[in-house]
Design a protein around this ligand. Structure first.
Ligand code: 13P
Length: 250
């Protein structure tokens, strides 16, 4: 019912030349895949090049961030319009690295999300708790606030395009994956929340990805969980062989 989605977040890695090489390797192995969405998110400067390479292959392009205002005097920023112009279909919003390093708030993330929807791109809204929040019993409260404030003002129709990525911060880049049970528990909670905030149809249709040390060794177990609809992959998406195996989860 929910089409699986595997996305590679390349973060601040890969020059244009390296991005070209990696994209070509992925196309070689993934061009026959039709039953799942495959998305890669290179750095801004490599977007156009990668867009030309992936062309009409099943691989789709994402940006890692955007600014909510379409155009004007916003030095150094890039809006959804320009991302669409560069070939993007998806935009990652509210990644924990941006929340932590650049102090992005839920309200600002909400503005970005709405701008992405208006540009007819698909937002991937990242949420997740810190280790301290989890240990102090504040995980559910944190996720609730991120979802309520991040999705504020959206209609049920607009929600149809949104993808959510649950990325527990303690699992990102640490090699410490949430167990499949921990991930499933959080995903089920998020889906329940969507039912309360919107309706059962929205809750049933929204794709919820897991992110945080996803690897070829753990993808199959994660994807076997009822409420896990895909993965947002960091480190392992930088190696063609690993990302290909993750996309080809069993
Ligand atoms: P890692 O897969 O490197 O833990 O990163 C996860 C992530 O932040 C994806 O957005």
């Amino acid at each position: 019912m929910r089409r699986p989605l595997i996305a590679g977040n390349w973060k601040l890695n890969k020059t244009i030349k390296e991005s070209r090489q990696l994209s070509m390797q992925l196309i070689d192995e993934l061009s026959n895949i039709t039953d799942r969405d495959i998305v890669i998110a290179p750095v801004f400067t490599a977007l156009s090049t990668v867009s030309e390479i992936i062309g009409s292959s099943p691989i789709q392009l994402a940006a890692q961030n955007c600014y909510p205002t379409t155009s004007g005097a916003f030095t150094g920023e890039v809006s959804p319009l320009f991302l669409q112009d560069a070939g993007c279909r998806f935009v990652i919003i509210g990644h924990s690295e941006r929340r932590q390093l650049l102090h992005e708030t839920n309200a600002f993330i909400n503005q970005k999300l709405i701008a992405v929807i208006h540009a007819e791109l698909t937002p991937i809204l990242c949420i997740g708790e810190t280790l301290q929040q989890r240990e102090e019993g504040q995980m559910l409260e944190t996720l609730t606030r991120q979802i309520e404030e991040g999705l504020a003002g959206l209609t049920a129709d607009q929600m149809a395009t949104v993808v959510i990525a649950y990325e527990p911060i303690w699992a990102i880049g640490t090699g410490k994956t949430a167990s499949s049970e921990q991930a499933q528990e959080a995903h089920a909670f998020i889906r329940e929340l969507l039912q309360e905030l919107f309706n059962p149809t929205v809750a049933g249709q929204t794709r919820i990805l897991y992110g945080g040390s996803v690897k070829p060794e753990n993808i199959d177990n994660l994807m076997a969980q009822k409420d896990i609809d895909g993965a947002l992959v960091g480190g392992a998406s930088l190696k063609a062989e690993d990302f290909i195996r993750i996309v080809k989860f069993l």
